[in-house]
Design a protein around this ligand. Structure first.
Ligand code: NAD
Length: 333
């Protein structure tokens, strides 16, 4: 059975997902939801989308009556995810939502609850959970090849451009670099170590308060402690390039991935040599796997459900609190 998907939000990432879906076998782009009629027209002709599967932000609740769409993939600015997902759930369609799932844990939990109530799946666009080299490192860790895990380092960031974009608007982004790119270090620290953090300390630096206004973090360094005693040291930034690196250290070996989460080929090595798993288009594999999760109840190696995404949001809140207060904050997930 093919997962028939409507994409909501035809921006840069929505376009990337649409292109990647052209190579899918188990998932198909069949509909769009957009506020821009000209984009809808372009997408209709490019992807052969029938008029009956095109919606705008006012009328998309009527997707409920459309038997030809199984799921809606929400790819709008962060702060809009919550309201949109509640409406999609109410319309009885499965939901795929981009990261960060919401701008705080409370809204995230409401999304989880709404999807549960509507008996629809809620999946979050954590594409790295399906990336072959990442999965190999996780396999090696699970089989004990690194020995006891001691330390993780995650450095995630880029120098952001246009100061007027929504990513630098607290109302639409919910924060700054942490919401957008730092979340990869958070999520990565969890899937690389196989544990959830129990405490965090954090330090914020802001070199350009004009560009990065109140509530929009430019650079935050944060440290986690895990139940096993392992620790992590991470960096999230909107003001430095070349930061896309994971390092995992254990008693018997290590893994280094650089790039670790970018779209391009992920590269890495362990104490046993280069990681040679195939290069994939992340979004193609993600959508194939998500179709199997929705229809076959397939359990991915690393879960991509709403509950897992709420954990990342709780951790983000703890990081912000730790950065603000300068104290060690206990995390309870
Ligand atoms: P974008 O600005 O390119 O696209 C956002 C789209 O939302 C645009 O088409 C815009 O018209 C639409 N939109 C609807 N209502 C809007 C409003 N009120 N204000 C502004 N835009 C509005 O952004 P993007 O890079 O496509 O990011 C969208 C989402 O995808 C974000 O949540 C982001 O974190 C996520 N994302 C995920 C990845 C990933 O690798 N998983 C990569 C990039 C972006």
């Amino acid at each position: 059975r093919v997962l028939r998907v409507a994409i909501m939000g035809l921006g840069s990432y929505g376009t990337r997902v649409a292109e990647a879906m052209q190579s899918c076998v188990k998932a198909k782009l069949v509909g769009v939801i957009s506020g821009t009629p000209s984009k809808i027209k372009d997408w209709q002709s490019k992807y052969g989308i029938p008029a009956k599967n095109c919606y705008n932000y006012e009328n998309f609740d009527s997707i409920k009556n459309n038997p030809d769409i199984d799921a809606v993939y929400v790819i709008t600015p962060n702060a809009l995810h919550h309201g949109m997902v509640l409406r999609v759930a109410k319309a009885g369609k499965h939901v795929i939502c981009e990261k960060p799932m919401a701008i705080n844990a409370k809204e995230g939990q409401e999304m989880v609850d709404a999807c549960k109530k509507a008996n629809v799946k809620l999946l979050v666009g954590y594409r790295m959970h399906f990336e072959p080299k990442t999965l190999e490192v996780i396999r090696m860790r699970n089989s004990g090849e690194f020995g006891k895990i001691l330390f993780f380092q995650g450095q995630c960031g880029f120098k952001i451009g246009d100061p007027t974009q929504w990513r630098l608007n607290k109302q639409l982004a919910g924060g700054g670099s942490m919401m957008d790119i730092g979340i990869y270090a958070i999520n990565g620290s969890r899937y690389m170590t196989g544990e959830d953090p129990v405490w965090v300390t954090a330090q914020e630096t802001k070199t350009d308060p004009e560009k990065f206004k109140e509530g929009v973090d430019e650079t935050i360094q944060f440290q986690f402690g895990f139940p096993s005693g392992a620790t992590a040291s991470c960096l999230s930034t909107y003001n430095m390039n070349n930061l896309d690196r994971f390092f995992l250290d254990g008693e018997k070996g290590f893994a280094e991935m650089w790039p670790s989460t970018g779209y391009g080929p992920i590269q890495g090595r362990t104490h046993k040599g280069e990681l040679t798993q195939p290069v994939t288009t992340h979004q193609t594999v993600q959508m194939e796997e998500m179709a199997a999760i929705v229809f076959d109840n397939k359990q991915p190696v690393v879960p991509v459900n709403g509950e897992e995404a709420v954990k990342d949001l709780k951790i983000i809140e703890a990081i912000y609190q730790a950065a603000k207060t300068g104290s060690k904050v206990v995390i309870s997930l």
